[in-house]
Ligand binder design. Structure first.
Ligand code: G6P
Length: 371
């Protein structure tokens, strides 16, 4: 069994380490003669040009990847994007028509709520695009176009490599729409694609220093709760970090948009409470960085034990970080692909230190096909 896990103690760690390949394989073949292409495209270029609104629907980790689709698609295409839990979307009366594109994200392609959300959208004539890790699953079968994440089978119940592959796929959707609408010049689309292509290398770099994250996981195992803070694209990363901890370590874990800190969460800070903060790049928008920096100071002053994920060379955070994880400098939209890695490892190691089965957490199923 150890051989199957590639010499690792649990599948999830092997799958965490497979992320550079999962991302690279997901991107492969999607830039042909300088143009972004989708899989199984039954939509014309005109259909894509006509899109005037995007909805993203998903559950669990896939939903967190979908939150990032909003930042990228709005930024690149100037289309309004709404992201919603599939279980909520399907029972609402969302305003859709034939120029709405609904993106359904599902690792398994069989999640009941996501499938029903897709059908709900199709009933109202919306176009539907699936992002899926399973060839021939029901969700891609019922969609007008697909992007397959080529992460390979995921054994660990908690999603890891499919999450980062989904982020890459979401960005391909954004670039395909930008290309169709002409909101980006063809050479800009190619440049964005090439930046995405360089991410597996940055992820591999993060994977080289997993030892620290594992050690921290062991240290944090006795904690009662862990909070996560992020802003902008760091917010979905924080949400996903908290979800991993709930799933694997059965620990109370909560993520907040850093801007909400003063609206409640700061009251939770007490001596020794671990708070994980996802720092934006100091080379990105200065305002984002400085706001997070003051948040760290505020929680540190109230006794939080700060775990900071920050760009290599960002010395500003060092005085306020009890634990600092350095990640390589990458463009803002791509930071979640590297910032997520230490959070996955910390969650798995806390679970292991607590004696839980990392690959098969209690009460959870890999794919929720019942309602
Ligand atoms: C379950 C799994 C999660 C997954 C979610 C959505 O809850 O345990 O890891 O994120 O379903 O699954 P899907 O296959 O639709 O991505």
């Amino acid at each position: 069994a150890a051989a199957e896990k590639g010499g690792h103690d649990y599948f999830m760690l092997k799958e965490i380490e497979e992320q550079p390949g999962a991302i690279a394989n997901t991107l492969r073949g999607h830039l042909v003669d300088g143009r972004i292409v989708l899989d199984e495209q039954r939509l014309s270029d005109q259909d894509l040009r006509d899109v005037d609104k995007v909805f993203v629907v998903a559950c669990g980790t896939a939903y967190h990847s979908g939150l990032l689709a909003k930042y990228a698609i709005e930024h690149w295409t100037r289309l309004p994007v709404e992201i919603e839990l599939a279980s909520e979307f399907r029972y609402r009366d969302p305003v859709l028509d034939r120029s709405t594109l609904v993106v359904a994200i599902s690792q398994s392609g069989e999640t009941a709520d996501t499938l029903e959300a897709l059908r709900h959208a199709k009933d109202q004539k919306a176009r539907v695009l699936a992002i899926c890790n399973t060839n021939g699953a029901q969700i891609p079968r019922e969609s007008d176009a697909v992007i397959y994440t080529h992460a390979g089978p995921e054994i660990g119940v908690a999603a890891t490599k499919t999450f980062t592959a989904q982020i890459a796929a979401n960005y391909l959707v954004g670039l395909a729409l930008a290309q169709a609408r002409g909101t980006k010049y063809p050479d800009e689309v190619v440049r964005e694609f090439e930046q995405l292509e360089s991410i597996p290398e940055a992820v591999a770099e993060v994977l080289e220093s997993l030892g620290e994250a594992r050690a921290l996981g062991q240290e944090l195992a006795p904690s009662k709760a862990v909070l996560f803070l992020g802003r902008h694209v760091g917010y979905p990363v924080a949400l996903e970090g908290a979800l991993k901890l709930k799933e694997l370590a059965y620990m109370h874990a909560e993520a907040f948009a850093a801007g909400e800190l003063k609206h409640g969460p700061i009251a939770l800070i007490e001596d020794g409470l671990p708070v994980v903060v996802v720092m934006p790049s100091p080379k990105g928008r200065a305002v984002l960085h400085s706001k997070l920096l003051s948040n760290i100071q505020e929680i540190k002053a109230r006794g939080a034990r700060t775990v900071v994920i920050a760009e290599t060379g960002d010395e500003t955070v060092r005085p306020f970080a009890d634990h600092l994880f350095e990640i390589p400098a990458v463009p803002t939209l791509l930071q979640p692909l590297v910032a997520t890695i230490p959070l996955q490892v910390i969650a798995a190691e806390i679970a292991r230190a607590r004696g839980y089965d990392v690959d098969k957490p209690r009460n959870l199923a890999k794919s929720v096909t019942v309602e």
